[in-house]
Structures are given as structure tokens and as C-alpha cells.
Ligand binder design. Structure first.
Ligand code: ZN
Length: 294
């Protein structure tokens, strides 16, 4: 059976009021990345944060994090485009990663393309109220075409982030148009807890994604749940031939006593192995996802 890629999503915009282990500073992110690598992760996804946890977005901050991670281990690097902190000009959201790509020592291996727009309100069923009712994560299609071309020119592999079937169809169009090269790497987002914009983080939610992945294309996919327990889908993700992107950035894992990122990665790796999947190293992931050899 194909090896399973574990991508650690270490912090997003999570604060520490729930899980205190969320890494914020460059040193903390690099340490978390190295421990996740030991636990089986071959890719790390992160957001630069200030020492008090605020969003941070500068080339210098990302360069510092990337150099620190690479000084500790060979994990593949997947920074955010930083929508929360970098929303003024959607087309310019990629300027940070394309600038980082000019220097080989800071070039990200991956960067995300969310292939559509979503309402990112939060809903509280206990009080039947909505917060952030005006919040839209906007990704117009001309922006996506720009991202895809610019990433190809910068030798950055796109992660096609799809939140529902329409996003997947748009990603398939980008592949057909030759803007995204195969093997394509899809991140199949589901949403739980306060987030109601995506497929639920259940086997049915995942299977709905899988049913509409483009047929006849070379692709790999990883599962993710924004606001939900992804470990509950680790076994089915392994059985379906996919990969997985767990971490405490997306969910605090209260039932596990607010674990570290490396603990969550280790549990995902255990689930993969018990489903018969070996764990991919960064070199394995490079080969499976069509990245250049080290
Ligand atoms: Zn992120």
C-alpha cells in the first residue's frame, strides 16, 4: 500500500485560551516542526505570529521561521498566504511567498490556493446566534489563475484547498487548463464546531469530497477538519488511500487533554499504521507529490 503523508498544521490563528501548546514565535514553530517530523510528519503548515499571538505578515518573519525549521530538520515547508493579516489586496497575498522563493534557502515547498470563496461566520447553536456575519474569505477566479501561474514560475507546489465540491470542480479546471501540474495535491477541508461553511467532518463529508475528485487525473489528497476532531477520520482517510493534515491549529483536542502537535501527529501515524499504511518521509512525499529531489 501507498505510504501516508502526514502534514502538521501547527498553529493557524489559534490562541492559547484552550490549548496552551500552540506555537507562536519562530523558535516555537521550528521546535514544533522538528518534533512533528520525529513523530511522522513530512510537511509543516504554519502562520507567522507575534509573541502575543497576533497575526504577523512580513517576508522577514517568514524567512526567519523557514530558516529555523530547516536548520533543525528536513520537513517540507508550507506557509500560509495569510488572509487574516494580509487581505487588502487578494492578488498581492502571494507576494510574500514569491519573494521568499527568490532565495533558495527560504523558498517554500508549497503554498495554498483555496479554489473559491467562503463565508467564514461562526454559529453558536446554544444561543442560536451568528458572529462574524460579514466575514468572507474571497478568492476570485482571476486571482486563482494569477496564483497558479506565479507559483509555477516560482517553483512552489500549490496545495489545492477545497471546501466543497464546487471548489474541487474549479481546481479540476485549473489542472485541465495546464495552470496546475500533476500530480496535484488536494487538501480536502471539512468544517465542524462553530464553522458551518464546509462539508461536515464525518465519513459522509469526506466521501462527498472523494466522489467528485477529478477522474483520470494524477492526484493525492489529504483530509482536514477546521474546528473538528480529525483523528476520528484518520483510519478512514488511510483506508481510502489518502493522506492527513492534523494539528492543534485547527482543533484544541480537549478530550485528549489539550495535547501538543507532535502528540496529535503520533496518534494519526498510529492510526495509519494500524490501517496498513507506512508513514512517508519528506523524501517520499517529494516523490509522491512531484517535487524536485533534494
Ligand atoms: Zn493555515
Amino acid at each position: 500500500m501507498k505510504k501516508m503523508i502526514l502534514e502538521a498544521r501547527v498553529n493557524e490563528y489559534a490562541m492559547r485560551n484552550e490549548n496552551p501548546h500552540v506555537p507562536w514565535t519562530a523558535d516555537e514553530i521550528a521546535e514544533s516542526a522538528a518534533r512533528c517530523r520525529e513523530a511522522g510528519a513530512s510537511i509543516v503548515h504554519f502562520h507567522a505570529r507575534t509573541p502575543d499571538g497576533s497575526p504577523l505578515h512580513s517576508v522577514e518573519a517568514y524567512a526567519d521561521i523557514i530558516r529555523k525549521i530547516r536548520s533543525k530538520c528536513d520537513i517540507l515547508i508550507h506557509p500560509t498566504l495569510g488572509w487574516f493579516s494580509n487581505d487588502a489586496d487578494p492578488a498581492g497575498r502571494i507576494d510574500c511567498v514569491t519573494t521568499l522563493a527568490k532565495d533558495r534557502s527560504t523558498r517554500p515547498d508549497f503554498a495554498p490556493i483555496d479554489t473559491g470563496s467562503v463565508n467564514l461566520e461562526t454559529y453558536d447553536p446554544a444561543t442560536r446566534t451568528i458572529a462574524h456575519a460579514d466575514r468572507v474569505y474571497r478568492n476570485a477566479t482571476d486571482t486563482l489563475e494569477h496564483y497558479a501561474s506565479a507559483f509555477a514560475a516560482a517553483c512552489i507546489k500549490p496545495v489545492l484547498v477545497t471546501w466543497s465540491i464546487g471548489f474541487t470542480r474549479r481546481a479540476a479546471a485549473l489542472i485541465e487548463m495546464g495552470l496546475v501540474q500533476e500530480p496535484a495535491y488536494f487538501l480536502l477541508n471539512m468544517t465542524d464546531g462553530p464553522y458551518i461553511t464546509g462539508h461536515p467532518g464525518t465519513p459522509d463529508g469526506l466521501d462527498a469530497h472523494l466522489r467528485f475528485l477529478p477522474a483520470g487525473r494524477r492526484l493525492e489528497w489529504a483530509s482536514n477538519i477546521v474546528g473538528g476532531d480529525l483523528l476520528a477520520l484518520a483510519q478512514i482517510s488511510a483506508e481510502r488511500g489518502g493522506h492527513i493534515a492534523p494539528g492543534i491549529g485547527d482543533y484544541a483536542y480537549q478530550a485528549l487533554g489539550y495535547p501538543t502537535n507532535e502528540r496529535v501527529v503520533a496518534l494519526a501515524a498510529d492510526a495509519a499504521r494500524s490501517a496498513g499504511r507506512e508513514i512517508a518521509t519528506p523524501d517520499d512525499a517529494r516523490e509522491m507529490l512531484g517535487l524536485p529531489a533534494r
